[in-house]
Design a protein around this ligand. Structure first.
Ligand SMILES: Cc1ncc(C[n+]2csc(CCOP(=O)(O)OP(=O)(O)O)c2C)c(N)n1
Ligand SMILES: [Mg+2]
Length: 605
């Protein structure tokens, strides 16, 4: 037994440091004072980032984990602090991000008495967490936190430790409580495919006329291998949004994302597939878009829970995605040019050309596509993008270039507004030498804009781009496709640059397209000098071409494309008369439909 003693809260922080954590987010409260005191003692090793709303801390911790794969840490005091933390923790849960949440609790002498801000916190955090414990003795505090971190890693989720305030102040023996060692950092063994699985896969592929690869994050660093496979087997690639940037976007056979935040060719090709191959992809909308028509289905995943979750399997392969792709490459012969692949590429290039035209228009009112062209222009090779929820998800998926050395973070499955700025805090704190750019809509940004001051307080040179359109555009589009009136979606305009100024953050408001490049140059300059910057850009509220409104039907030996009956079903908007009318109404005169490309290349049912 050691003769030296240490405050239990300090011992706990040493455990956290032992796991390689160098910053934690949180907001004080009386019930958390024992840990706050320890944070001052440990300040040289563990940086405390005082956010202005607990939700922001939890979002940022989740983003840390998504960007680095390492545990993120956030804390809050008992009661309202604790409940404020929840939204951010759900974001971590939904995107399988390992996060440790430390939550304050009233002291043990008043626990379970309905004391001020005191209530049973376990049931509150039960659902969001993979592990949730209330500390009962000071000695157990560092142990339980160590175990919580292991649980968060193992179960890829949120571990919550609830700390009665007095226990953190108590002295306990000064022992090495943390269990982290180099062994924890070694690469986990990969699940390998068998020859039989490769053979069976190639047999099904050889029977297909219109096979499609749907590639998710499971591909990890196998982006080049999947392109080789696409070329060798003549199969177009469609990506999930979370995997954006994992496969080179300049490759012509990479059609981008499908569904609503999507690319036209990807949606059309997915709807025409007779074989869909899901590669490390857990697509949240799969239960809808995999069911538009009958097709065969192969799924490759290293997590057995995922197999068969979204479609009945013709072949399920439990394997690391990239290992499987590599194994197939060694066994497969080069397939001769497939008309379907040619049509897919032609459709893709036609769409890319359209997108480029949207980006190049330095016209008024300013289009979001032009804003993204500017982001692309000033983004450094290893920039990190944090994109908030709303139309920015659609526009970033379409117009943001995410290169091999760059990263993008989003709130994918929980899809919470207010995640752009916290994601940028995480980017800058986890990667201080990399450029951090966040893009948020006016609705999303105003949910968390108080934390601009956090950027200034900690000298975090973040570029904040606010696409301000005075409306909840993403919801407006949804309402336009329902038989209802537009309702509840107008936003009062704000001068975000002035708000920033009030918080000591430099910024500029842009209303003319011609002024936008200068604003981005200024953002670059100011952030290079080490200070954050905000661009409040007033963009058009016009809907971007909703590719999901196009529907492909198979019948009479032919493919036919129509506009969904749901499109513009709203009482306040007009419906187009034809697909041509629909495309033209979005300046898409140059766009062709997939059946036109199928005719051109002789693709038949
Ligand atoms: C916290 C939260 N509340 C509500 C929603 C529903 N929602 C999704 S997108 C959106 C609109 C976003 O508006 P804005 O930030 O202005 O971006 P825009 O779509 O106008 O570009 C809303 C309300 C959500 N995803 N998250
Ligand atoms: Mg908006």
């Amino acid at each position: 037994m050691s003769e030296n003693t240490v405050a239990a809260s300090v011992a706990m922080l040493k455990v956290i440091e032992g796991w390689g954590v160098d910053h934690v987010y949180g907001y004080p409260g009386g019930s958390f004072n024992s840990t706050l005191s320890a944070l001052t003692e440990e300040k040289d090793k563990l940086k405390y980032i005082q956010i202005r709303h607990e939700q922001v801390g939890a979002f940022a911790a989740a983003a840390d984990a998504k960007l680095t794969g390492k545990i993120g840490v956030a804390f809050a005091s008992a009661g309202p602090g604790a409940t404020n933390l929840l939204t951010g923790l759900y974001d971590a849960r939904e995107d399988h991000a390992p996060v440790l949440a430390l939550v304050g609790q009233a002291g043990t002498s008043v626990m379970n008495t309905n004391f001020f801000q005191e209530f049973n916190e376990d049931p509150i955090f039960e659902d969001v967490s993979v592990y949730c414990r209330t500390i009962m003795t000071a000695e157990s505090l560092p142990h339980v936190v160590d175990q919580a971190i292991r649980q968060a890693y193992k179960n890829k989720g949120v571990a919550v430790v609830i700390i009665p305030n007095d226990l953190g102040f108590e002295q306990i023996p000064d022992l090495p409580y943390g269990s982290h060692s180099a062994s924890d950092d070694k690469v986990a063994p990969k699940v390998q495919p068998t020859d039989q699985e490769v053979k069976e896969f190639l047999r099904l592929v050889s029977q297909a006329k219109r096979p499609v690869l749907h590639v998710g994050r499971g591909i990890k660093d196998g982006g080049d291998a999947i392109i080789d496979l696409s070329k060798k087997l003549q199969i177009p690639i469609i990506m999930t949004g979370l995997a954006k940037g994992y496969v080179d976007e300049s490759y012509e056979g990479n059609l981008g994302m499908s569904n609503r935040a999507a690319h036209k060719a990807a949606d059309e090709i997915m709807a025409s597939a007779d074989l869909l191959i899901a590669v490390g992809a857990d697509f949240p909308f799969a239960d809808v878009i995999y069911q538009t028509h009958p097709m065969k289905f192969i799924q490759i995943d290293n997590d057995r829970v995922e197999l068969g979750r979204h479609h009945n399997l013709d072949l399920g392969i439990w394997s690391d995605a990239t290992e499987f792709v590599k194994a197939v490459l060694t066994k497969a012969d080069q397939v001769e040019e497939r008309p379907f692949m040619k049509a897919a590429i032609a459709d893709n290039l036609n769409w890319r050309d359209y997108m480029k035209k949207q980006e190049e228009g330095a016209v008024n009112p300013i289009k979001p596509a032009f804003v993204y062209q500017q982001v692309n222009r000033i983004a450094e090779d290893d920039a990190i993008f944090s994109i908030d929820v709303g139309d920015n998800i659609i526009n970033a998926f379409r117009h943001l270039h995410v290169g091999k050395r760059q990263k993008m973070v989003i709130s994918a499955l929980f899809a919470s507004m207010g995640t752009g700025l916290p994601g940028a805090l995480a980017a800058k704190l986890s990667f201080p030498n990399r450029q951090a750019i966040q893009v948020a809509g006016d609705g999303a940004f105003s949910m968390i804009m108080q934390d601009l001051i956090t950027e200034r307080k900690y000298h975090l040179p973040i570029i904040n781009v606010i696409t301000s359109n005075k409306v909840l555009e993403f919801i407006k589009s949804e309402q336009d496709d329902l038989p209802m009136h537009r309702s509840g979606i107008d936003l009062e305009d704000q001068n975000f640059a002035k708000i920033a100024e009030g918080m000591g953050v430099e910024g500029v408001q842009v209303t003319e397209a011609a002024d936008l490049p200068r604003a981005f140059d200024q953002a670059l300059q100011v952030t290079k000098e080490g200070r954050p910057f905000l661009i409040d850009v007033k963009v058009t509220p016009a809907r971007a071409l909703p590719v999901e409104a196009l529907q492909l039907h198979q019948g009479n030996g032919k493919f036919v494309e129509t506009v969904s009956p749901k499109y513009n079903a709203n009482f306040d908007v007009e419906r187009p008369k034809s697909v041509r009318d629909f495309l033209d109404s979005y300046d898409g005169q140059s766009l062709k439909t997939l059946p036109e490309f199928f005719d051109e290349y002789g693709v038949t049912l």
